[in-house]
Ligand binder design. Structure first.
Ligand code: SAH
Length: 352
C-alpha cells in the first residue's frame, strides 16, 4: 500500500493542513493549479518557488508513464503507469465524435477471477487509492486537450465496488472538483450486490453498468464466478433498487463468446431480464487474452444476436471495439508490458 500521500489524495481541508502557516489564498492557488489546470506543482507559478519545491516533495505524483501507446491515429491512447510502490496499472483514453472518454483502473489486478479477462487472469494485488484514481482522470483530461474530457468509465483494471470507499471518494472528486456530471460517470461492476446497494443510497446518480455475460445461473456461475455468491435473482433485485433510487438507465455488458453465450436461448433469457428492468445491452465480441482459448463471436454472429434482442423488445447496441492492436480493449488490460506493441510516442517522463 502506498504510504506517501500523493498529489490528488488530500481533499481541500487536508491541503489546508498541509499548507498551515501559509496565507489561505495559497490553498486556492494550489487547488486551481492541480484541479482546474492540471499542472505539475513546479509549474504553478502563482506559488513561491520554495513552496513549490517543498510541495513537490510532500505531494508527489502517483503515476509515472512507463509506456504510452496510441492507436487509430491517436483516437485511442493507453498508458501503462508505474505506481510509487513499483506496481503498475493501465488507463485508456478514447476520442469519439463529440465526446472523449477515459477508462480508469480501480485496483492493481483483480480478485474476481473471470477466466476470459486478462486482468482476472493475473489475480489481485492491491486496491488503488483515491489519489491514484483521480490522477488517472487528470492526466487523461490534460492529454485530451484541446478536446474536452466528457466521460469517465470505471472499466479498467479491477472491480470498483470491491474498492468502494476509495472509488466513491474519487467519484465525488471527479464530479465536484473536476466538474464532470454524474451521468457521465459510469461504474461497471461484475455484480457485487452490497456495493450496488450502497450506490443506491448515495446522492450522486452515476450510471451503472453490470457485466452480465450470461442470463442463466448455470452459465454465469461458470463465466463470472462471483455469481455463485450473488446469483441472478439477487443481482437483478439490487439493480432494480439502484434504478429506482437513481432514476438512471441500467446497462448490461455482454462479451459474446463463440458457442458459449451467443445462442438463441441466451438471447431470449437476456431479453426477458432486460424488458422488466428496461435495461440497455452493450454487445462486444470477446477480445483475445493470453489465458483464454475461446474466441469471440464473428461480426455476423454479433449482429444476429443483436437482432434477436431487438426482436424481443430489448435495446441493444454493438460497442465499437477500440485499441485491440495495443491491447487496450475491454478485458485486455494487465500490468505487464506488451512485447508486440511498440511505443509510438516517447514515454512522457515526469518528475515525481
Ligand atoms: N470489474 C468490473 C470493471 C471491469 S470493466 C466489471 O467486471 O464490470 C471491463 C469489462 O470488460 C467488463 O464488462 C468485462 O466483463 C469485460 N471483459 C473482460 N474480458 C473481456 C474480453 N476478453 N473481451 C471483451 N470484454 C471483456
Amino acid at each position: 500500500m502506498t504510504t506517501v500521500e500523493t498529489r490528488y489524495e488530500p481533499d481541500r481541508t487536508r491541503l489546508g493542513e498541509i499548507l498551515s502557516g501559509q496565507p489561505s489564498y495559497r490553498i486556492d492557488q494550489l487547488w486551481r493549479g492541480l484541479y482546474d489546470e492540471g499542472l505539475e506543482i513546479e509549474q504553478i507559478t502563482t506559488l513561491p518557488k520554495d513552496l513549490r519545491r517543498d510541495l513537490a516533495t510532500l505531494l508527489p505524483s502517483a503515476l509515472r508513464a512507463h509506456t504510452d501507446l496510441v492507436s487509430e491515429a491517436g483516437e485511442t491512447r493507453k498508458w501503462l503507469w508505474e505506481l510509487r510502490d513499483g506496481d503498475s496499472i493501465e488507463t485508456v483514453l478514447m476520442h469519439y465524435p463529440g465526446r472523449s472518454t477515459v477508462c480508469v483502473s480501480s485496483q492493481a489486478g483483480c480478485a474476481m477471477a473471470c477466466d476470459f479477462c486478462a486482468t482476472g487472469q493475473e489475480g489481485f494485488r492491491r486496491h488503488l487509492t483515491t489519489g491514484e484514481i483521480v490522477e488517472q482522470v487528470v492526466r487523461a483530461r490534460e492529454a485530451a486537450r484541446p478536446r474536452r474530457l466528457s466521460n469517465v468509465v470505471f472499466m479498467g483494471m479491477g472491480e470498483p465496488l470491491a474498492n468502494y470507499d476509495a472509488t466513491w471518494r474519487a467519484i465525488r472528486r471527479i464530479h465536484g472538483d473536476l466538474g464532470l456530471s454524474a451521468r457521465h460517470i459510469t461504474v461497471s461492476t461484475v455484480g457485487l450486490v452490497p456495493g450496488i446497494r450502497r450506490m443506491a443510497d448515495e446522492q450522486l446518480p452515476v450510471s451503472l453498468a453490470v457485466s452480465l455475460h450470461a442470463a442463466t445461473d448455470s452459465l454465469r456461475d461458470d463465466l463470472v464466478p462471483i455469481n455463485r455468491r450473488y446469483p441472478l435473482d439477487v443481482l437483478l433485485e439490487a439493480c432494480r433498487e439502484y434504478v429506482g433510487a437513481s432514476g438512471r438507465r441500467l446497462s448490461f455488458e455482454w462479451a459474446l463468446i463463440e458457442g458459449v453465450n451467443d445462442t438463441s436461448e441466451q438471447a431470449r433469457a437476456l431479453a426477458d431480464l432486460c424488458r422488466d428492468l428496461r435495461a440497455h445491452v452493450n454487445l462486444i465480441p470477446l477480445n483475445p487474452t493470453p489465458g483464454y482459448p475461446t474466441v469471440g463471436t464473428s461480426p455476423e454472429g454479433v449482429r444476429w444476436f443483436r437482432d434477436q434482442l431487438v426482436a424481443n423488445g430489448t435495446n441493444a447496441t454493438i460497442r465499437q471495439n477500440r485499441g485491440t492492436d495495443i491491447d487496450a480493449a475491454c478485458g485486455q488490460l494487465r500490468s505487464s508490458q506488451h512485447a508486440k506493441a511498440q511505443p509510438v510516442a516517447a514515454p512522457a517522463r515526469r518528475p515525481r
